[in-house]
Design a binder for this molecule. Structure first.
Ligand SMILES: NC(=O)c1ccc[n+]([C@@H]2O[C@H](COP(=O)([O-])OP(=O)(O)OC[C@H]3O[C@@H](n4cnc5c(N)ncnc54)[C@H](OP(=O)(O)O)[C@@H]3O)[C@@H](O)[C@H]2O)c1
Length: 391
């Protein structure tokens, strides 16, 4: 038996025919397609559209959670993908079962499947992306009537548009809350862009509507509304606290009674000299804000990684949802933030009440040391690992 090893001599997976005794457990995660759709057909892996979606379905098949989705021979698109890749379903499922992540699977596909140049892959993906649903020979018999019934224009609706639409119908998105940012620098802007892309109404309560950060944010995220004070703040808006830690008290104070009952996502980090905890470990920043503004409901989130990770879907970067740790006193508020976090592609994990945010703040210091000082990539994120097969 030969274990495949990467440069760091880390065990990463096995190829068919090899008897796998151990595998890298960090490479699998539960995929439950009874609860959420697979990745969009547009998502790519190694340049192949359809492949991430197919792998999500394969993982769900292995976990027994395929739901109403079809896999392999039962799905026209899978059949054509498998044909182009030159691989069989069963050997691939064997590797999925062993816990392989997207990277390992792609390598296996390239090693065992049909050889294609980058141009061929690009052309194939581009054809698929542009194929109109009405021109797809496998759909022609029924798609006209289906599109008419749904109101989608037959002249422009692609196969991928149709699949995305179908996913959205099957799993309607969580209600899109208005989101208001205190601070739209690196972190606030990244999150505002991500949530604007997801269809949320985003605004910034700016201390100075003419400031450089607000101008930059408006240019990068035209949907961002600028409120010069808390006066226009939607009563239902969730506030994202994204100012420097030292300025957060002043920014919150300025909202006055508008903070009462409000859900506040605390993205701030108290960072002291020499990358120490800025409150000298006496308590977490979140606990401090909660004590000072007791009528608001603070939940720490989006604090443990660099801002570079927030504007895009993290699943498309690392092939799985990285974990996002949350901490706050109000259980309902933690759940609400968990839903927002999950909708952006992260796996929410509740760490506990506001006092537990102290551990998140230390995790941030570790991330800063590893990445900003240690040279690890800014896309470094943590994963929540547990058995994909346990009940
Ligand atoms: N940078 C990261 O990678 C990262 C990652 C996770 C968490 N964090 C935490 O997130 C927070 C924001 O970091 P950042 O890097 O985004 O900071 P930043 O780029 O310096 O942006 C700060 C923003 O806060 C605004 N602001 C400052 N004082 C204010 C006040 N009194 N009232 C209202 N708005 C005010 C600034 O607006 P003006 O234009 O008016 O100055 C600016 O839009 C920090 O607490 C940081 O520890 C940072």
């Amino acid at each position: 038996m030969i274990a495949k090893r990467d440069h760091g001599n880390r065990m990463i997976g096995f190829l068919p025919g090899e008897r796998a005794e151990r595998f890298e457990p960090s490479t699998t995660f539960p995929m439950d397609l009874t609860q959420h759709p697979p990745r969009s057909p547009r998502a790519t892996l190694g340049g192949f559209v359809l492949l991430p979606r197919f792998l999500d379905k394969a993982r769900a098949q292995v976990a027994g959670t395929l739901g109403a989705y079809k896999l392999g021979p039962d799905s026209v698109l899978d059949r054509r993908l498998l044909e182009f890749l030159g691989i069989g379903l069963e050997p691939l499922l064997a590797i999925v079962r062993a816990g392989a992540d997207d990277g390992v699977l792609l390598r296996w596909i390239r090693q065992t499947g049909a050889a294609h140049s980058a141009e061929e892959v690009q052309a194939w993906s581009s054809n698929w992306t542009q194929l109109l649903a009405k021109d797809d020979p496998d759909r022609q018999a029924y798609i006209g009537k289906v599109l008419e019934a749904t109101g989608l224009p037959a002249a422009t609706t692609t196969v991928f548009d149709w699949l995305d639409f179908d996913d959205r119908q099957t799993f309607p998105a969580a209600p899109r809350l208005p989101l208001a940012f205190l601070g739209v620098g690196s972190v606030g802007l990244g999150l505002a862009r991500r949530y604007a892309d997801l269809g949320h109404r985003v605004s910034v309560v700016a201390r100075s509507p003419q400031s450089a950060s607000v101008a930059r944010a408006r240019a990068a995220c035209p949907a961002l509304e600028v409120l010069s004070s808390g006066e226009g703040l939607d009563p239902a808006a969730v506030v994202f606290l994204c100012t420097p830690f030292a300025a957060a008290g002043e920014a919150l104070q300025a909202l006055g009674s508008r903070l009462d009952g409000r859900l506040v996502v605390d993205c701030t980090n108290p960072v002291g000299p020499g990358l120490t905890h800025g409150l000298e470990n006496r308590g977490s920043g979140t606990a401090q804000w909660q004590a000072r503004f007791p009528k608001a409901r603070f939940v720490k989130a989006f604090s443990i990684y660099g801002f570079e990770n927030f504007a895009t879907d993290p699943r498309t970067v690392v092939g799985r949802p990285p974990v996002m740790l949350l901490a706050g006193d109000d259980a309902g508020a933690r759940q609400e933030v968990g839903r927002l976090v999950a909708s952006a592609g992260w796996e929410p994990l509740e760490a506990g009440d506001a006092s537990a945010a102290l551990h998140l703040e230390h995790l941030t210091l570790l991330w800063i040391k590893l990445v900003r000082l240690g040279g690890q990539p800014a896309t470094t994120t943590w994963a929540w690992l547990r058995s994909a097969f346990a009940a």
